[in-house]
Design a protein around this ligand. Structure first.
Ligand SMILES: Nc1ncnc2c1ncn2[C@@H]1O[C@H](COP(=O)(O)OP(=O)(O)OP(=O)(O)O)[C@@H](O)[C@H]1O
Ligand code: NI
Length: 316
């Protein structure tokens, strides 16, 4: 059953130099308890898509069209104060830089405890502190570390605390935007393993945003590949990576090292288009080796094929 359904979403940034069509007609659904990763090059609109879900898009950005249905409720139809109740409590968020939202002047424990009280998940200070300790332990941080300040923790520990803070509110879905990009690979694996455990043990739905398709393949149930504001391929993680359908997915896979196979790394030639003025037809056509005349003349849509997969390639 879908916990989240995004339909025809368009999110544009209205800048002085033009309208940046960062998310331009995305439809995607995520099942309860599933881990879906959104992958794609820098600037493809991944973060814009993720931030739209709890309606955290700031001006000059604006959600111009579409629906975001969470557990049957269209979040885009709610008043601001109503949507605030979903943030944190239902939809948890973790970002690349936890220092951006951990207050440097307050202990990590007091910040988690306060959120618990604010959302009515703890009856009093004492219960909030107990639950905070539980949340820290859940992410592998001793409960007595509640009394430290963010700067006293390592980068990996801070990200754990951020996850503890998010998970303490018992959200149904955790949106993690590049949560391990700033961390070394060993710490990255630990954070990913932790999220996997939360998915398996608590039935947490995970939406991971990453530019790392290898990482996505290792941890996700499904992968959605984004290019220039649109989805080009969606399907079971292992299949998408081992047998990509869309040429962009294929080139993205070939542009990163394969830990199991010794093959040549081929960077994708060219660069993504200017989203103020994207190319007509398939937005990938200027970089696509399979390009034919239909690719410049036809607007592709995501079509379903066998195996729970979909793609938007006009040739394949
Ligand atoms: N505040 C903003 N004002 C104007 N344009 C923006 C703003 N934020 C993002 N954009 C543009 O929207 C497009 C999508 O950006 P977004 O950050 O969503 O991509 P991304 O896939 O998350 O990239 P990255 O991997 O670098 O994080 C880009 O062209 C970007 O320049
Ligand atoms: Ni991003």
């Amino acid at each position: 059953m879908a916990i989240l359904e995004i339909r025809g979403l368009k999110v544009y940034y209205h800048t002085l130099s033009g309208i940046v069509r960062a998310v331009d007609g995305v439809s995607l659904s995520i099942d309860k308890g599933e881990w879906l990763s959104i992958v794609g090059e820098s600037g493809s609109g991944k973060s814009t898509l993720a931030l739209s879900i709890p309606r955290l898009i700031m001006p000059p950005g604006r959600i111009v069209e579409g629906r975001i249905i969470y557990s049957g409720v269209d979040l885009l139809g709610l008043a601001d104060d109503e949507v605030r109740r979903y943030r944190g409590r239902e939809v948890g968020m973790v970002f690349q830089d936890p220092t951006a939202y951990l207050d440097p002047y307050r202990t990590v424990g007091s910040q988690i405890a306060e959120a618990l009280l604010e959302h009515g998940l703890a009856f009093d200070r004492r219960e909030a502190e107990a639950l905070t300790g539980d949340a820290l332990e859940l992410v592998g941080i001793p409960r007595d570390r509640a009394s430290v300040y963010p700067h006293q923790l390592s980068g990996g520990q801070r990200q754990r605390v951020a996850i503890a803070a998010a998970v303490a509110l018992e959200p149904k879905i955790l949106i993690a935007d590049e949560p391990t990009t700033a961390l070394d690979v060993v710490v990255q694996a630990k954070i990913m393993d932790l999220m996997k455990r939360l998915q398996e043990e608590r039935g947490l739905t995970v939406l991971l945003v990453t530019h790392d398709i290898g990482l996505a393949a290792e941890y996700s149930d499904r992968i959605a590949v984004m290019y220039a504001g649109e989805l080009v391929e969606v399907g079971p993680a292992v299949e998408v990576v081992s047998h990509p359908i869309h040429p962009y997915t294929e080139m993205l896979v070939n542009s990163v090292p394969d830990p199991w196979e010794d093959r040549e790394i081929k960077p994708i030639p060219g660069s993504p288009p200017d989203l103020r003025n994207p190319p007509p037809g398939c937005r990938f056509h200027p970089r696509c080796p399979l390009r034919q005349s239909v690719c410049t003349a036809t607007e592709p849509t995501l079509k379903r094929v066998d195996g729970g997969r979909s793609h938007s390639c006009l040739i394949r």
